[in-house]
Design a protein around this ligand. Structure first.
Ligand code: CDP
Length: 224
């Protein structure tokens, strides 16, 4: 287990990954993006054309393998040794990932990968996802639940993917985020909920630098 773990959970488009990346850089630890692992296993399954069910997905994940590999100071998703950082963000992966992530055996596989990855970085990790503080690293030194209004999250995601901020496109994107949040929050295993000991950070109207600074200063106090 990494010596220092910070867990950041929250709904889609809340800015978890960019925040986790910046926090990790400020603290000299590694960013471990659990969503990238669920996305990578979804991409591998879609490319292989296998049915999206437990046994086939998990054995494919082992045989390729699908993993988060430590490169310099961070982790990147790989399928059979190939960097899939960009490919995992495609729309077809986004459309299917929550269904794949709801399969308990897939989650068991992913958790083992995340635990293993965390041991690879000597200084520790900032891991972001949906169940990091509740299930994957329940002993994390600091847990943050990052959220923002649905309008704000939609706008941020539109900017992130370079989409024109037109009403029709924004409403389609809002629908996609909502559908994924509903699936992630209502599944039986490891649903999206804040850990009871998480610091809830509503970032609506907050500057990015300020939300990062808040987490970093809390972490520095804890890690002293
Ligand atoms: O970046 P975004 O918020 O769109 O999503 P992500 O963090 O890349 O995660 C993609 C999907 O993976 C989520 O919608 C969840 O279905 C799943 N996921 C999960 O179930 N548990 C995690 N710890 C991380 C992601």
């Amino acid at each position: 287990m990494a010596s220092r773990v910070i867990a950041i959970d929250g709904p889609a488009g809340a800015g978890k990954s960019t925040t986790a990346e910046a926090v990790a850089e400020a603290l000299g630890i590694a960013h471990l993006d659990s969503g990238a692992l669920y996305r990578a296993v979804t991409l591998a399954s879609l490319d292989a054309g296998i049915p999206l069910c437990a046994g086939t997905i998990v054995s494919l994940a082992h045989s390729l393998p699908v993993r988060l590999a430590l490169v310099r100071n961070g982790f990147r998703p790989e399928i059979a040794g190939v960097d899939v950082t960009r490919a995992v963000r495609s729309e077809r992966v986004t459309a299917e990932v929550s269904q794949v992530a709801a399969i308990p055996e897939v989650r068991e596989w992913a958790n083992r990968e995340l635990w293993h990855a965390a041991t690879q970085h000597p200084e520790g990790v900032v891991s972001d996802g949906r169940d990091i503080g509740t299930v994957v690293f329940p002993d994390a030194a600091l847990k943050v639940f990052l959220t923002a209004t649905s309008t704000e999250r939609t706008r941020r995601r539109a900017r992130q993917v370079g989409m024109a901020e037109e009403p029709e496109q924004l409403s389609r994107l809002a629908g996609e985020l909502q559908r994924r949040d509903d699936l992630d929050s209502s599944r039986e295993v490891a649903p999206l909920v804040p850990a009871t000991d998480a610091m809830i950070l509503d970032t609506t109207g907050m500057r990015f630098e300020d939300q990062v600074a808040k987490i970093v200063s809390r972490a520095r106090k804890l890690f002293k």
